[in-house]
Ligand binder design. Structure first.
Ligand code: HEM
Length: 157
């Protein structure tokens, strides 16, 4: 009898502790959700939306300003790559703008210095993605996104 009572008591304790932890978890989830949202909001606040005109001043001409280059609508601070991108450096033509097409084609031709990817081959799109991930995302901090057609955000190609 005493054993049964003990078992019931134990079961009760186990059940209620389960209930409490389930409640805790759902509370945790809400807290985590809110924290994630706040984090996202904060990261969006610290990121800037650039028009073509706004990014143009970060083209390495003014030594007091950082150097920005956008690929696929993401604006990277490439100041640490001054030897590539600074004034008179070999890839200076790419900066102060979104150079997605140029990066995809490995071209510095003026007509390729644009975010327009119309007509690129699958191979060029793959190359673009590789350089985006392996070079830009790995080496340089993101400072914002290009405002395209009034919209903000990464291009989804
Ligand atoms: C004769 C032609 C070229 C040669 C010999 C050459 C050579 C190089 C070398 C040695 C690097 C450095 C790799 C490293 O240190 O990680 C590099 C990086 C790069 N090259 Fe070229 N390149 C040429 C043409 C081009 C062209 C036409 C473009 C046009 C977009 C281009 C875009 C880039 C980019 C975006 C990087 C990465 C820079 C970075 O790390 O921020 N290259 N190239």
């Amino acid at each position: 009898m005493a054993l049964m009572l003990l078992q019931t008591l134990l079961l009760f304790v186990l059940l209620s502790s389960n209930l409490v932890s389930a409640e805790d978890e759902s509370k945790d989830e809400t807290t985590t959700g809110t924290q994630q949202e706040r984090k996202l909001e904060k990261s969006q606040e610290s990121l800037r939306a650039f028009t073509d005109e706004e990014i143009a001043m970060y083209d390495g001409t003014n030594p007091d300003l950082p150097i920005y280059l956008a690929v696929k609508g993401t604006v990277f601070d490439v100041t640490s790559g001054k030897d590539f991108y600074g004034k008179d450096a070999p890839y200076n033509a790419l900066v102060g703008k979104d150079s997605t097409r140029a990066v995809a084609k490995m071209s510095l031709a003026p007509e390729d210095l644009t975010y327009d990817v119309t007509g690129l081959t699958d191979r060029e799109m793959d190359d673009l993605q590789r350089v985006y991930t392996e070079t830009y995302q790995k080496k340089y901090p993101v400072v914002g996104y290009m405002k395209f057609d009034g919209g903000l955000g990464k291009l989804t190609f």
